[in-house]
Design a protein around this ligand. Structure first.
Ligand code: ADP
Ligand code: MG
Ligand code: ZN
Length: 495
């Protein structure tokens, strides 16, 4: 068998995080009742005129700047004509010849720079839901007209690993920049994979196929592995690759031909006469550049250099913006980076696996986590008790927010009383408000004041132990930790 190289180019669609749609004032919102966020413009009734949402343009430029793109001086909206029931206008407003952003790219861990070709702004189409034979197919036009960035790469990617790393970094940059939520499970980010294979060392690209319908990074990985193998086997058996669009079926673990690949001519692109050319002012671009916040890498650097966290911790904390935000909110309550990081990296992230959420306060509020950390720092609680307290507080918080998790085992706790870590610690007798020295004295006193009671220890050890614990508790006015008292007493009695 010959040696082959895999060549991959990605086309990524990300919904832009605006309040309203790109050419009308309908809500850009996921999960509304079907066909309620619609108007004559976004369903394309005759005579309705589109008005461009400035924010969508700004956010696309911002994404471009964050990814190192050049911003074009002008951008032109064109009509991409095709007929399909998810597109009631029978054309999609997109950009072909003059997109907003050109070039740019993402550096991969192996040192490769995976180049972008372009980023353009277009509108999303409606959503079809295929039901059974009797109901047929349902269409929801709520998604139609939501601003969509299309990010196209050069064919620079050579493996499933590289593709997934590229997508992970891209997604992170868009989220940190605040221009897109990229919620894969809501279709907020979708990816098409163009793939061809060529003989190793050859600089002629092979014929590619394009796989659609990839809604998770896991699917991207499986689809790439399957398609590379299929193409190599096809060529090895003397066959030819047909340029086509294929649909990935994740259940079957296979892709199937959908249609022969269309060319841009097939879409009869032409400039949309209803929309003006966008002229992009250099000063505006610089203003937008200033609004790019610190991204993951920048935050990581601060965590290591200023907060003294290990690289590893800093990387985990900044992988997801919502975790990094939570960490920083905790830090604002008390500047204890290492302690906060330890709790997040272990206890909080462990719970996050079982209770996925983008809002960690659904698991435990920053205030409560910091209260627990402070109790530990002030030695008002033992380590084991602090872990038990975390368990109590997070369990209460999770059941309070049951409706925000997709977990059928959870029943919502409807009570309204504030969940307060300190209070819960008190109620559960977890605070060592009695110092160790005081406890030792209390034990000594109990034994000295009631010397006769210990004589029965050999016959009825439990009874005697309980007697002395009672004395210690009474002496401490209930503040001593009974388990600690028991340990000390046992040691004394067994002498
Ligand atoms: P379209 O798919 O709309 O026709 P392009 O021709 O610009 O658009 O290519 C789309 C994607 O396919 C780009 O990401 C590009 O890098 C990638 N691509 C182009 N040729 C190949 C090839 N021979 N093998 C793999 N990917 C390719
Ligand atoms: Mg394509
Ligand atoms: Zn509308």
């Amino acid at each position: 068998m010959k040696d082959y190289e895999i060549v991959i180019g990605l086309e990524i669609h990300a919904e832009v995080n605006t309040n309203s749609k790109v050419f009308c004032s309908c809500k850009n919102e996921f999960g509304s009742a079907p066909n309620t966020n619609c108007c004559p413009v976004c369903v394309g009734l005759p005579g309705a005129l589109p008005v461009l949402n400035k924010k969508a343009v700004e956010y696309t430029i911002k994404a471009g700047l964050a990814l190192g793109c050049e911003i074009n001086d002008i951008a032109v909206f064109e009509r991409k004509n095709y007929f399909y029931p998810d597109l009631s206008k029978a054309y999609q407003i997109s950009q072909l010849v003059k997109p907003l952003c050109l070039g740019g790219g993402i550096e991969l861990d192996n040192g490769k720079f995976a180049r972008l070709n372009r980023i353009h702004l277009e509108e999303d189409a409606g959503k079809l839901t295929h039901k059974n034979q009797t109901i047929g197919t349902l269409v929801d036009y709520n998604r139609g007209g939501i601003p969509l960035m299309e990010i196209v790469t050069e064919p620079d990617i050579s493996s499933a690993d590289e593709a997934v790393e590229f997508l992970t970094k891209l997604r992170r940059t868009l989220i940190y920049s605040g221009v897109a939520n990229c919620r894969m499970e809501q279709g907020g980010m979708r990816c098409d994979v163009n793939l061809s294979v060529k003989e190793k060392g050859s600089n002629v690209l092979g014929t590619r196929t394009e796989m659609k319908n990839l809604n998770s990074f896991k699917m991207v990985r499986r689809a790439i592995e399957y398609e590379a193998k299929r193409q190599i086997e096809e060529l090895e058996s003397g066959g030819k690759i047909v340029q086509q669009t294929r649909k990935w079926d994740d259940n079957k673990g296979k892709s199937f031909p959908m249609r022969s690949k269309e060319n841009s001519n097939d879409y009869r692109y032409f400039p949309d006469p209803d929309l003006l050319t966008i002229e992009i002012d250099r000063e505006d671009v610089e203003e937008i550049r200033k609004t790019i916040p610190l991204l993951a890498e920048g935050r990581k650097k601060i965590y290591v250099e200023q907060y003294g966290l290990p690289e590893y911790d800093a990387k985990i904390l900044t992988n997801d913006k919502f975790i990094s935000d939570y960490f920083e909110n905790c830090l604002k309550i008390a500047h204890m980076p290492k302690q906060i990081s330890n709790w997040i990296m272990t206890d909080v992230l462990k719970l996050l696996k079982d209770y996925p959420t983008e809002d960690l306060t659904n698991i435990i509020s920053e205030k409560n986590l910091m209260e627990i950390i402070s109790l530990v720092e002030k030695r008002e609680i033992t380590r084991p008790n602090s872990k038990a307290l975390f368990e109590i507080v997070s369990t209460a918080t999770i059941s309070r927010n049951a409706d925000k998790f997709e977990n059928e085992d959870l029943t919502k706790d409807e009570s309204t009383e504030e969940i307060n870590a300190k209070k819960l610690a008190e109620q559960n007798g977890m605070l060592n408000s009695f110092s160790h020295e005081e406890l030792v004295t209390a034990v000594e006193n109990a034994l000295a004041n009631f010397p006769n009671a210990r004589k029965d220890y050999n016959e009825t050890p439990d009874k005697v132990l309980r007697f002395y614990i009672g004395k210690v508790m009474a002496f401490s006015k209930g503040l001593a930790n009974p388990q600690e008292a028991e340990k000390l007493l046992k040691a004394e009695l067994e002498k």
